[in-house]
Ligand binder design. Structure first.
Ligand SMILES: C[S@@+](CC[C@H](N)C(=O)[O-])C[C@H]1O[C@@H](n2cnc3c(N)ncnc32)[C@H](O)[C@@H]1O
Length: 405
């Protein structure tokens, strides 16, 4: 692993002054599964305009796909439409450029144009799930591989139904939906009035879901927002704070987010909580898992022994390992401060997770969780504004962000 990792270049010329992106990350470790993935994290990238050239180089590579004796050379822009088969091997050429591209979870990131990058695995594996042929490398990003995709989704949905019950005609937002694990459980549940809105920063996952799920299930829509996250979207052009959720004010019944606040920093969580306040109906609920920073000694199971949260980011926010967003924990005080400042309230005590090993049989799920609603007594705050034209009203920004509706 190289200490030279990660620079964000402020793309001044010809683009919005708010646009920034990573120009180069060298030697990131292989992220094989959730446990390993979270075992490393790195601090925020430094801003370095000089590295623009390295990003330019990523746009000049080609991909060689080998299947037995056959091989094809394609442009990265053709990647989405290539008819991959299980076990296709992919090489990025020229190799020396390919070797310089950022790697997370073992996939190389190749930028096609600013705001559009692809993840390229060295071997393309296909998982057959529920009649869908799914790219296994994208499933693995959600925390577990294909083998547990359905099992974990069922457990998740049972947990949501138990603590934040929902009906077939509700509008449900799945924030940080990954490969739509939850959506698969809702195909036969939501009726024609029900809606599922999936949102993620991984472009490839959203592109796959838009292409494969929405045509069969038109009330399931997917939205990519190109926010920077050094693990999930290292070429991201925007900050999470620049995102306006694709939902009208007071239109959403449930917001589910599983293992998303665990990868976000305080200003990002705060921003989303304010958005929850905006989009939730008066009786709507947001069910968000997170790591509650343990004030007492904990008893981590061996496969989670890296969750030590020894890095203090300030204000009751803690991380561990090298990558800043690898795993983030919040103290009770920090959570309550953010929830209150957003005009939300906890509708019940946190659900306790088993990750820390301290709650024994009282644990409800792997991570801790907060169930939130709009606080009718919250003081009226100034209407949310980011000083930028808001994305849904700004066609140019929408184009750059890849946000489709
Ligand atoms: C551990 S995965 C969980 C995925 C999904 N919720 C599930 O349970 O299958 C974390 C997800 O958060 C997404 N994510 C990271 N940063 C985000 C951001 N700023 N806004 C929305 N989603 C984000 C990642 O791309 C990834 O899909």
């Amino acid at each position: 692993m190289s200490a030279e990792s990660g620079k964000i270049s402020l793309a001044a010329a010809g683009r919005s002054q708010f646009t920034f992106r990573i120009a180069r990350i060298v030697g990131m470790p292989h992220f094989g599964d959730a446990g390993k993935a979270l075992s490393v994290s790195k601090g925020d990238m430094s801003i370095d305009a000089k590295n623009e050239a390295a990003a330019e180089r990523s746009r000049s590579v080609e991909l060689v796909i080998a299947r037995g004796e056959q091989s094809w050379t394609i442009k990265p822009a053709e990647f989405d439409d290539f008819p991959f088969e299980d076990d296709d091997r992919i090489t990025i050429i020229p190799r020396e450029l390919g070797d310089e591209l950022p790697v997370t979870w073992g996939d190389r990131h190749v930028e096609i144009v600013p705001g559009r990058a692809i993840r390229v695995p060295s071997v393309y594996k296909i998982a057959e799930i529920n009649g869908f042929r799914m790219p296994a490398h994208l499933i693995s990003l959600t925390g577990e591989g294909p083998a547990r995709f359905e099992e974990l989704a069922k457990a998740l949905i049972d947990n949501y139904q138990k603590y934040s019950p929902f009906d077939p005609d509700m509008t449900i937002v799945d924030l940080g939906c990954g490969m739509a694990r939850l959506a698969f459980q809702l195909f036969n549940f939501l009726n024609a009035r029900g809606r599922y809105i999936g949102i993620d920063v991984v472009r490839d996952s959203m592109a796959w879901c838009q292409k494969n799920i929405t045509p069969q299930h038109p009330n399931f829509t997917f939205h990519h927002f190109d926010a920077f996250n050094e693990l999930y979207n290292p070429y991201g052009c925007y900050r999470t704070k620049d995102f306006r959720m694709p939902a009208a004010d007071r239109s959403v019944d449930r917001i589910f987010l599983s293992s998303v606040f665990t990868h976000l920093l305080e200003d990002e969580v705060m921003h989303y909580l304010r958005e929850f306040r905006r989009v939730l109906k008066p009786d709507g609920l947001a069910h968000a898992s997170f790591f509650l920073y343990p004030e007492q000694p904990i008893n981590l199971p061996p496969h989670l022994s890296f969750l030590t949260f020894e890095n203090h980011y300030g204000n009751g926010v803690y991380g561990c390992g090298e990558w800043k967003r690898g795993a983030v924990a919040y103290t009770d005080e920090a959570m309550r401060r953010m929830i209150g400042n957003a005009g939300l309230r906890l509708v019940r005590p946190y659900l306790k997770g088993w990750w820390s090993g301290v709650h024994g049989d009282a644990a409800e799920f792997g991570q801790d969780a907060a169930i939130l609603a709009r606080d009718p007594n919250a003081p009226r705050t100034k209407r949310w504004s980011i000083g930028l034209p808001q994305f849904r009203e700004n066609p140019l920004a929408r184009l750059l962000s890849g946000l489709r509706s």
